[in-house]
Design a protein. Structure first.
Length: 155
């Protein structure tokens, strides 16, 4: 992270504090930036499995969120023109918004739901499963019926 921070400082002629680092992120997400507290969270499982690509893409991606917020304020879009500019012009990294990492080990729980379709299963993340428990309803995009919990599968 120090490399990317130094690159931004050199390009923008400013000093930025080192962001607080948190390696507790789980699931499908590789990283998250917490703009107001200058903190980044990374998925340690995905980092360890994809170290080089992660360091060259995910780390600058999250840092670009912090820098764009600091430089342009809170009214910018998460992957808007300001963030894209920081990624491409300041850090010199292609502005991609998603990763293609294998998340089977980090997203190790699937909650299986069924709908009105014959033999169709829907696999929800723990986050969506918890939202269902709080009253949120998800619909099948084919039959438009509500998804109903069937079983939990641990991988």
């Amino acid at each position: 992270m120090m490399f990317w921070l130094a690159k931004a400082e050199q390009h923008l002629l400013k000093n930025f504090p080192m962001p607080e680092l948190d390696l507790s992120l789980r699931g499908r997400c590789a990283g998250q930036a917490y703009l107001q507290v200058w903190r980044v969270r990374f998925n340690l499982q995905l980092l360890s499995e994809n170290y080089e690509h992660f360091m060259l893409n995910v780390v600058p991606h999250e840092l670009a969120h912090l820098i764009a917020f600091r430089e342009f304020g809170r009214r910018i879009r998460p992957h808007g023109k300001e963030w894209t500019w920081v990624m491409e012009q300041v850090l010199g990294v292609p502005a991609k918004t998603t990763h293609q990492y294998d998340v089977s080990k980090s997203a190790n729980q699937q909650y299986t739901y069924r709908c009105g379709c014959v033999e169709r299963e829907h696999h929800l993340t723990i986050r969506r499963h918890n939202k269902v428990a709080q009253g949120v309803s998800y619909l099948c995009k084919y039959c438009r019926q509500s998804l109903v919990f069937a079983y939990k599968k641990s991988l």
